[in-house]
Ligand binder design. Structure first.
Ligand SMILES: *Cc1c(COP(=O)(O)O)cnc(C)c1O
Length: 381
């Protein structure tokens, strides 16, 4: 069996986790700050807040930007459901901006048109959450400029994209956004089993997200309503959650982050190799944007919609566990109950009808990649 994605775990990772088990702290110790420092070092962001999933990071990012009832969040239909769900979890409305057919990312032209119309109607969103599909950054200069023009906040969903670059900055530097979110699920570039993080350059947003991940509690006397009663004292000053990452997860993250560059380089080598191996098959390979380094979380090919199911089934029958990313969120039953339906975002739907994610991960061998390619050629005959 060749999965579409899987973690890469070394003895150093195992030792790092074992060391934590023998230490004083299983949670709220030194590993979480060390992991956050590693994320700051890799991205160039001033602050990182590690949590128990990217979904949690998206949720506290929205809360920190004061998303609530009466507000609206816009994201891409071509994403995992979590990016949209967090809008509803904050009590806000959610809407979508269709994708660009070549990059599978939120289309800046569609965004501009929708913002213009929303301004006329008085329905501008509070937050837009572009998604860096497959690890390739959205056109953040264009999206950031529109956000500034219309007074909208930006959260990058970079769940796929740690280690990627946009221009001369790392994804996560927040050059054109308020907050950037990463996922450390095992299929992603770097893993902590479950885990996520939010980066920002705004110290107030970072402090608010740190508070929100731990019940809305502060130990900062400056934020309290009166002098602390003693060294034990804390105050809950707003409503928060328990979204903390454990020391075990953070230690694994610290060990994994040392290989971030190697992971992304290997994924890019394999993607280049797929580009060459697949060049003569009747399929579309992923488009690449100039000036962007994708971290290649996914390698998505497109085949004729009428043949997608058969090609997919053939791959699975041969032990190639391909997948499909993503079923357009607005076509999910939950979102159809909230007024959306097929036909609303045609580019995302057309993309979905053709898409197949074929195996790509740092530990994929060239022999296995050759088998995937041969199986795909057979399926397309
Ligand atoms: C994986 C993923 C998420 C959710 O990440 P978790 O860490 O599993 O919560 C959100 N958005 C996108 C685009 C993802 O790929």
């Amino acid at each position: 069996m060749i999965p579409y994605g899987r973690q890469d775990i070394t003895q150093a990772d195992i030792d790092a986790v074992s060391d934590v088990l023998r230490s004083d702290f299983l949670t709220q110790g030194p590993q979480v700050p060390a992991f956050e420092a590693a994320i700051c070092a890799a991205t160039g962001a001033a602050h990182a807040v590690a949590v128990n999933s990217a979904t949690s990071a998206l949720h506290i990012a929205c809360l920190a930007l004061d998303l609530g009832p009466g507000d609206t969040l816009w994201t891409s239909p071509n994403t995992f459901v979590a990016t949209a769900n967090v809008g509803h979890l904050c009590g806000a409305s959610v809407d979508f901006v269709d994708i660009d057919a070549d990059t599978f990312n939120m289309c800046p032209k569609a965004l501009e048109a929708k913002l213009e119309a929303a301004k006329r109607d008085g329905t501008l969103p509070k937050i837009i959450a572009p998604v860096h599909m497959c690890g390739q950054s959205c056109d953040m200069a264009a999206i950031g400029a529109l956000a500034t023009q219309y007074g909208v906040k930006v959260i990058e969903d970079a769940s796929h994209a740690i280690g990627g670059r946009y221009g001369d900055r790392a994804v996560g530097a927040c050059e054109h956004s308020d907050i950037c979110v990463f996922s450390f699920h095992p299929v992603k570039i770097v893993t902590t089993a479950e885990g996520g993080a939010a980066t920002t350059n705004d110290p107030a947003l970072a402090a608010r997200m740190e508070r929100l991940r731990s019940h809305g509690i502060t130990r900062d006397p400056a934020l309290m309503t009166h002098e602390p009663d003693g060294a034990w004292y804390y105050q809950q000053i707003e409503l928060g959650l328990n979204y903390r990452m454990t020391e075990l997860q953070a230690a694994l993250g610290v060990a994994q982050m040392q290989r971030l560059g190697a992971f992304v380089a290997r994924r890019n080598d394999l993607a280049d190799r797929y580009d060459a191996l697949l060049a003569d098959l009747p399929l579309q390979r992923p488009g690449r944007l100039p000036g962007v380094l994708s971290s290649f979380h996914l390698y998505v090919i497109r085949v004729a919609a009428a043949r997608r199911r058969a090609v997919f089934d053939h791959l699975r029958d041969q032990g190639v566990l391909a997948n499909v990313h993503y079923i357009p969120v607005h076509t999910q039953p939950y979102w159809q109950e909230h007024g959306f339906g097929p036909g609303d975002f045609p580019a995302s739907e057309a993309y979905y009808a053709q898409a197949i994610s074929i195996p790509l991960y740092a530990g994929l061998s060239e022999a296995d990649q050759d088998f995937v390619t041969a199986t795909l050629a057979e399926a397309l005959k």
